[in-house]
Design a protein around this ligand. Sequence first.
Ligand SMILES: [Zn+2]
Length: 396
Amino acid sequence: MDQWLCNVQVNGTLQDVHLLNGVIHRMVPAGSVSGWDAREMLMLPLFKDAHVHLDKAFPDQTWISRRRVTSLFEQFQMEKHLLAEIRTSQKERARAILQDMLENGTSSLRVHVDIDPEIGLSHLAMVQELQAEYQGILTMEIVAFPQQGLLRSHAAPLIEQAMQAGASIVGGVDPAGVDLDIERCLKTIFDISTAYDAEVDIHLHDPGHLGLFTIKRIMAYTEQYGKQGQVTVSHAYCLGEVSAQESLETAKQLAELDIAIVTSVPIDSAMPRIEQLTEAGVRVALGSDHTGLDAWTPFGFTDLLQRARRLADMHRWHDDARLRSVFTYLGSTASSFRVGDSADFSLVRALNCEHAAAIAPPREIVCIRGVPVAGRQRHLAWHSEQNKPNIEERFQ
Ligand SMILES: [Zn+2]
């Protein structure tokens, strides 16, 4: 693969970019050479989705009605019911989500896979098949996730089996609200994660001080088990519900233990104080959680740039620095392409990366290792001979 892209906005200036053997080989001022004309499109990094489910999607073609629920447990039950009725084509639906993510410039994702005694490891097997199918295009981490409660559904032995079968992260959900035993739940999670030298990623919806207390216990276990840098708390609504001072104190401790916080930027509940956490040194990342229609919501979507735009809009990040900062929550900075980097990027129509954060324009071309693989104008992209047949096959 040997291709010049001309007139590309990259790192704040207009350049001609040489792609060679899957990497950015050279960058020179625009007008220096001839090649495929990008017409001043902006080069953006590809995104990492830090929290997504591939095994919960409803079909796009059929409306499946949800009913009102009054508790999380009713919701769990409704989801199991509805999913059981549409078990067919789960893999096709998951594949459609992956394709949608790729079209939106996401190339890396952390997938939470449901595991419980009724479905066993069947969802894991399905996701692993897709992981193999998309190898070389999408990077997928798999969390063994006991959606019905680790203790509540007696899922611990299955989570161990999932780790043996190739999941790489131990999941959990509301040690208090769902499992009703914070200590035993966390001990089980950290024991398994230690036995398999794995990371931990816990869904925490528990509100207010119950959630905050759970975070304090997660911090204690992280320290006790020496899991610094390997623990994530997903959602953590409670950090947006307790006082700013309490949140700040917790943020400092989270930073010390290098515990990450992941949010889907909810608009229907409190959310962690992102700026405060970031300033305290906590790693914060965005995840889609819901990707479209599912049992939880009809409002899911996979476009992380839209989610980042929502983050900036909700927090009135109107200044350039904070608009630019949204890209750090998607796994990268916007203007840090260097010679020698893998040629992974998307091209969009925007004045600059601040503008892109503000309008979340469509991804015109999504490119992985120099090969255009997705995007609204992929058919107009340069043609790359190396790897092309392989990738064409995969996406037909
Ligand atoms: Zn989730």
